[in-house]
Write a protein that binds this ligand. Structure first.
Ligand SMILES: [Zn+2]
Length: 128
């Protein structure tokens, strides 16, 4: 979770950084992260010009419709992460092939997490 790594987003990040080199010479190395399925630059200095934001916004927009894991078109899906420590719902941008929801066994706390899961689905998944 939080990681922006993945074969789908890597080219988007590489291109954004090339474009940043042009509009903002000597810019700090961006720290990209994934947040609710969106690509963002964590703690980006806010006082940047329009061109810098245009580069970042374009990358974010493109990432929001590109599977993070592979270069296929993707959309926001609620997945389950952290299975090794019990798991929790999380939003990722992925394609139908990379989308995977592990079976979750009934156990204590699951009812609560199920509500959280359904809320995230309601908020983030496009009905299509
Ligand atoms: Zn994929």
């Amino acid at each position: 979770m939080f990681s922006a790594d993945g074969a789908g987003w890597a080219p988007i990040i590489r291109r954004a950084e090339r474009e940043l080199d042009e509009v903002w010479p000597g810019h700090p190395q961006p720290y990209w992260e994934e947040k609710f399925g969106d690509l963002c630059w964590k703690s980006c200095p806010l006082d940047q010009g329009r061109e810098v934001w245009a580069v970042i916004n374009r990358a974010t927009r493109e990432a929001s419709s590109t599977c993070q894991t592979c270069p296929s078109p993707g959309r926001k899906r609620v997945v389950w992460v952290g299975m090794d420590w019990g798991g929790m719902p999380w939003v990722k941008t992925c394609c139908d092939t990379c989308y995977y929801l592990p079976p979750v066994r009934a156990r204590s706390g699951w009812e609560y997490q199920r509500r959280e899961y359904l809320q995230l689905v309601e908020l983030y998944e496009d009905r299509s």
